[in-house]
Design a protein around this ligand. Sequence first.
Ligand code: ADP
Length: 492
Amino acid sequence: MTRWLYRDPLGVRLVLASLLVGSVLSIFSTSVQLIASFNRQKSDVTEVLDQIDMTLADTLELALWTFDFDQVNIVLDGLASNEAVTHIELFSQTGHSWERGEIIPDPVQRIYDLTYALDGPEEEYLGRLQVDLSLDKIVDRVWAQFWVTLLTNLAKAYLAAFALLVIVHRMITRHLRNIAGYVAGSDVEKGLKTLHLDRTKREREDNLDHIVHAIQQYDARVDSSVSDLKTEIQERIKSEKQAREALSIRTSFIGTMSHEVRTPLNAILGFLHLIEIDSSVPERQRHYARVATKASHQLLNQLTNVLEMSRLDSNAVSISTRPTDIRRLAQQWQETTIAAVHFHQKDIEGTLDIDPDLDEKYMLDGARVTQIVTNLTDNAAKFTQKGGIRSGLRTVPLTHEGRDTHGVEISVADSGPGIDDAQRNRIFQRFTQINDGLERSYGGTGLGLAICLEMSELMGAELSVRSAEKDGFTTEFLITLGCNVRRDKENE
Ligand code: ADP
């Protein structure tokens, strides 16, 4: 029962409301009845007194005049039987007296002088009748009546409320609960596909029927949207699969092709080098060989980029971290920078700036970081005509998940043409080259920075570019190796 009540809070609230209203109405109507009854009883008492005045006094006077004391007693007993009369006293002129009831404090008192008229106008004084009245008994009786009526009315109201609760539960709330369960999906999970309420069919539909129809229409709409979505998802999965297959074919094709082209190219480079260093070959032919070597290097570089991109696309690039002496690595980068400057035949200076606060070793993938830095320094050497390239290595404070930590920032700045604001984000997109004139003279595929960015993301690092415009430097690339760069000693 309590469970049922607990599961039907709306019904319970309705019943409580009806109980409240019923109780207030009961109290009100019973009070009205009480007041009416009290007034009626009060007027009954007044009637008794008037009756004494009009009839009983005459009978008493006659009885006293004729000394019919039996009649006197009958009249007094009749009078005393009225519940409002508490005490009666009768004194006759002849010295007789009668008394009924008990004296109570502060009664309502009426005194009648009894006389008898002989034939003439003279009246003979016979005695005095004193009647004491009290409404207490009437009030008590009316109160008793009030409580009985009130309790009866309340019981009726409570019974009606309980009946209402049952009716409301059977007719409305249990259906609402079923509807809610169906809409919430619990019935669907149980395998019931349509909404069905357990109620007899009537000719005229009511609000519950309207709700059921609305839900059924809504269901139909949802079903059709779901089936459309399913078809769309299947089509997308199919086309995604096809795209993946195509990508994988393309990737393996590019990979194979790059490999196939790189092998003979390396052989060509080897033979060109032999020609370059062979003193028996005339200088003009050796010059041709040097030009051919440079072009072959560019071609090799481009092929390497294409191969790397295809490896990234097919998730074939993995990051493996190990304790790395980043200072030593920076020295290698410096040598590569100088080699690149030499390769591009530039008269520019390469400097390296290392923060003394750096730890001995950090957990990172040295080969991948080197690959990114080499790409940046090669670009710097390629695009800078005069001035220099400055590489830097320093610690940076970072906040990770609310706690202070630190990372490593690698910077490559140059005094080249610079990159304007509009182009800053574009240069990380694949196949994007912004200084067309320059690129044409240096070659390039527009893939280098895209590879660097994807590689950085794989390592959880950030790659960005900013205008340096300080100390003659115009462009500065920054690699921030974040909180996943752990000091080696933390790992030990
Ligand atoms: P590319 O193989 O053509 O060098 P990248 O992705 O490495 O391709 O570079 C994209 C473009 O970004 C370059 O073509 C060049 O226009 C610009 N860029 C890259 N590095 C620099 C730099 N240090 N100074 C000026 N422009 C640069």
